[in-house]
Design a binder for this molecule. Structure first.
Ligand code: FDA
Length: 313
């Protein structure tokens, strides 16, 4: 019931200004966000890698409305890739599974900038992919709301001509996704499957969580049966168990689980100790508002924690 209003609030610029300038205790942000700048994010990454995990760093920011900010986002990614390399967290020769990577929202690098948006985002994403390749890292394109799916998949297709290891994200809550999984389940194709985090109309998305879960399992089967490299992003214990089981039955030695920084850290370590590749998605930077609101929408139980933090210093 609370999901839609919280997700609407996630895109409200006025509220964003209010909340980001409110005396939010550092703990609420620190719990889900891996630091305010590159140096802090790389330190978090270093600690996770030391624990046997791998990372995907996400420079926070989305729905960029001008070219200069899109260019700033590219610079931030280029800088963090360099910092990851300096910290020894990338590996030019390591298998894909061992490499640090970055996750990029196309809306942060210009996708929403009018008619030229897709081209601007493609050029910017190309710059990031080129730098990633130089330092031995990979890039995954996050997926945003359904109005951007076609454009994001088009950009992905273009990028993969030059950077075939560019990862895609597909959202099980969209009715189209099983088909998209079929299209993308081919050798060399890295695909992250998640449930989906945006407020979508019933015309395009499953409404009931049971239907989303069923779709997730169907999509997981398609990805596991294809020749690509699936990456299962979920904290849902039932889905993790099902995927783990199906992967074994289908003789998949190599699947990757992905979880968000700060969510179920014990499970992250348990999965890694059991021999899985586990990648932790670490958002960092000052523009944490939209990201944090989506996490709240998933788990309104966190609202009380958030509200307490807003009134305490
Ligand atoms: P869900 O939120 O339904 O939770 C299922 C169960 O998991 C809960 O009932 C509980 O048992 C457990 N759980 C969840 N949160 C918990 C917590 N805080 N503490 C303890 N238990 C908890 N979305 C998108 O639209 N585009 C994208 O590109 C991405 N990228 C992405 C990357 C990665 C690595 C992850 C993990 C997720 C995304 N997402 C995403 C977000 C995704 O779509 C989804 O919104 C969240 O992962 C929440 O869905 P879950 O699958 O975790 O299940």
């Amino acid at each position: 019931m609370l999901r839609s209003p919280i997700l609407a609030a996630a895109r409200n610029r006025r509220l964003e200004r209010l909340v980001t300038h409110a005396p939010v205790s550092r703990s609420v942000v620190r719990r889900f966000v891996g630091g305010a700048d590159t140096a802090a994010a790389v330190e978090v990454a270093r600690a996770l890698v030391a624990d046997g995990l791998t990372v995907s760093l996400d420079h926070l920011g989305e729905d960029t409305s001008d070219r200069a900010r899109a260019a700033d986002a590219v610079t931030a990614y280029v800088d963090v890739l360099q910092a990851l390399d300096d910290a020894g967290l990338t590996a030019r020769l390591a298998p894909l599974t061992a490499r640090a990577e970055v996750s990029v929202k196309l809306s942060a690098v210009g996708q929403a900038l009018g008619d030229d948006g897709e081209k601007i985002a493609l050029d910017n994403a190309r710059t990031i992919c080129a730098r990633a390749r130089e330092v031995g890292a990979t890039v995954t394109l996050d997926m945003e709301d359904h109005t951007t799916t076609d454009s994001t998949l088009t950009v992905l297709g273009e990028l993969r001509r030059d950077f075939p290891d560019t990862g895609a994200v597909l959202q099980a809550y969209l009715k189209r996704t099983e088909g998209d999984c079929r299209d993308l389940a081919h050798p060399g194709s890295r695909v992250r499957l998640c449930k989906g985090a945006y407020d979508e109309p019933a015309s395009v998305a499953f409404d009931r969580s049971l239907d989303v879960d069923r779709s997730y399992v169907r999509c997981a089967n398609v990805l596991l049966d294809g020749g690509g490299y699936p990456m299962f992003a979920t904290h849902d214990p039932r889905l993790i168990e099902i995927v783990d089981d199906r992967a074994r039955v289908k003789g998949h030695g190599d699947v990757e689980f992905q979880l968000l920084y700060g969510i179920r850290p014990d499970e992250q370590r348990r999965l890694a100790a059991a021999g899985n590749t586990v990648r932790v998605y670490v958002p960092y930077g000052s523009q944490w508002y939209g990201y944090l609101m989506r996490r709240l929408a998933e788990r309104p139980a966190n609202l009380a924690f958030f509200a307490r933090a807003l009134v305490s210093k």
